[in-house]
Design a protein around this ligand. Structure first.
Ligand SMILES: [Cu+2]
Length: 140
């Protein structure tokens, strides 16, 4: 009897923790001139930003691209859930810059050629799971 009470309490704690982490993904524009966080996925010398999706999460909370230069977002979907990457001016999604085709994995990769963007903070999202798969695209 005593152990049942303990496990019920543990389950309640687990549910509270998972509810908390599900809402933790937020788009956080940086103060003007601030350096993007180290955890961001960055464009390589070819202008390719590699990011993956697994368990309804992107592998990085943010991406960094060079201002005024073409870049490619290379998405690898590691699971069977469909995902994509879409880039907007901000959370309102009023201005769309790229909406990539949705792909289902596991282990499928697609290149999304993105438009050349001016310096600024943009918003990216998976259109299938916008509440939990989103982040900032910093163009510098
Ligand atoms: Cu998704």
């Amino acid at each position: 009897m005593k152990s049942r009470i303990a496990s019920t309490a543990a389950l309640g704690l687990l549910l509270a923790l998972s509810a908390c982490s599900a809402s933790s993904a937020e788009w956080t524009p940086l103060p003007s001139g601030a350096e993007p966080p180290a955890a961001c996925a960055r464009a390589d010398s070819q202008g390719v930003i590699e990011i993956s999706a697994d368990q309804l999460k992107f592998s990085a909370p943010c991406m960094v691209a060079a201002a005024g230069q073409e870049f490619v977002v290379r998405l690898t979907n590691l699971e069977s859930e469909p995902h994509n990457v879409a880039i907007y001016g901000d959370r309102s999604k009023a201005t769309s810059f790229m909406v990539g085709d949705t792909i289902s994995g596991p282990n499928k990769t697609i290149d999304y050629p993105a438009t050349t963007l001016a310096a600024g903070d943009y918003y990216f999202v998976c259109v299938v799971h916008p509440a939990v798969m989103n982040g900032a695209l910093y163009v510098r």
